[in-house]
Design a protein around this ligand. Structure first.
Ligand code: HEC
Length: 246
C-alpha cells in the first residue's frame, strides 16, 4: 500500500495534482501498450494468409490471392480465384460507400464466432482487406455485416433496396439513396483513383487503368454501388474443413 510519504505516494500526489504530468504519463503508458501490441504484427508473416508459409517454405494458402496470368486483365478473374484489386466500377461504388458513410451502420468484418458464422458465413480473413484503402471493417452494426453480402440478393433487389429500403424491409431504419440513379461515374476520375491506389500498393497494371473510362462509361452510382456490393466476400473459394486461423 502506498502511504503518503512513500516514494509511490509522492508520485501519485504529483500525478493527481498536475494535469500536464498526468496527461504525459497517460500518453506514455498508452503508446507503450499500443506499440507492444502492434509492432510484432508487422514482422509476423502469418498475420496475412497470403504470406503464411508451411514449414517447408511453400505457400500455406496458395489460392487466397489472385495470381494474374500473363496478359490477363481484371475481367479474366473468376469468382473464387482469390482476392484481386477492385474493378473500376467496383472501386467507384466503394467510393460512394465511403462518401455516404455506409460504414457508420454496416461493418465488413465477420468475427470468428459461431453466431457470426451462422448468420454471415465464413469469418473474414485479413487478406480479404489487403487491397482496401482504407479498410471498411467498421465498429457499428445498426444494419447487418456486409462482408459477404455479394451474391446474397439479386442486383434488382439492391437497386430497389437502395432507392427505398422500406419498400422491401418495412421495419428498416436505413436511409433512402434515390440520387444514386442520377449521378454518373467520371471515367478520368477513376483513373486518378486507381493510380492513387497503385501508389498505396494495389497491383493495378497500366491496362487496368487504361480500360477504366470505357468500363464506367454511361454507368450510374447505382450501378457502381451494386457492382461493389455484389463482389463483397466472393473473392475467395473457402475450402470445407480447412482452417485458415494461425
Ligand atoms: C442508419 C443506418 C444505416 C445506414 C447509414 C445504411 N444502412 Fe444499410 N441497413 C441498415 C439496416 C438497419 C438494415 C437492415 C434492414 C434492411 O435490410 O433495410 C440495412 C440493410 C442493408 C443491406 C442488406 C443486408 C442484408 O444482408 O440483408 C444492404 C446491402 C445495405 N444495408 C447497404 C447499405 C449501403 C450500401 C449503405 C450506404 C449507401 C447503407 N446500407 C447505409 C442501416 C443502415
Amino acid at each position: 500500500m502506498a502511504t503518503e510519504n512513500s516514494r509511490w505516494g509522492k508520485f501519485q500526489q504529483v500525478m493527481e495534482k498536475n494535469i500536464l504530468a498526468l496527461t504525459l504519463m497517460v500518453a506514455l503508458v498508452v503508446s507503450v501498450g499500443g506499440i507492444v501490441e502492434i509492432v510484432p504484427l508487422f514482422y509476423l508473416d502469418s498475420t496475412m494468409e497470403d504470406t503464411a508459409r508451411n514449414p517447408d517454405g511453400s505457400a500455406k494458402f496458395p489460392d487466397v490471392l489472385w495470381q494474374r496470368g500473363e496478359g490477363q486483365t481484371l475481367a479474366d478473374w473468376k469468382p473464387g480465384e482469390g482476392v484481386r484489386p477492385y474493378s473500376a466500377l467496383e472501386l467507384a461504388g466503394r467510393d460512394v460507400y465511403q462518401r455516404e458513410g455506409c460504414y457508420l451502420c454496416h461493418s465488413q468484418m465477420i468475427r470468428p464466432f459461431r453466431d457470426e458464422r451462422e448468420r454471415y458465413g465464413h469469418y473474414s480473413l485479413a487478406v480479404e482487406s489487403k487491397y482496401d484503402h482504407p479498410f471498411q471493417w467498421g465498429s457499428k452494426r445498426t444494419g447487418p455485416d456486409l462482408a459477404r453480402v455479394g451474391g446474397k440478393y439479386s442486383d434488382e433487389w439492391h437497386r430497389q433496396h437502395l432507392r427505398d429500403p422500406r419498400a422491401l424491409v418495412p421495419e428498416s431504419v436505413m436511409p433512402r439513396y434515390p440520387w444514386f440513379d442520377e449521378a454518373s461515374i467520371d471515367g478520368t476520375g477513376m483513373q486518378a483513383r486507381m493510380r492513387a491506389m497503385r501508389m498505396l500498393g494495389v497491383p493495378y497494371i497500366d491496362a487496368d487503368i487504361e480500360a477504366a473510362p470505357a468500363l464506367v462509361e454511361g454507368k450510374t452510382e447505382m450501378d457502381a454501388m451494386v457492382a461493389y456490393l455484389q463482389v463483397l466476400g466472393t473473392m475467395i473459394n473457402f475450402r470445407e474443413g480447412r482452417d485458415y486461423r494461425e
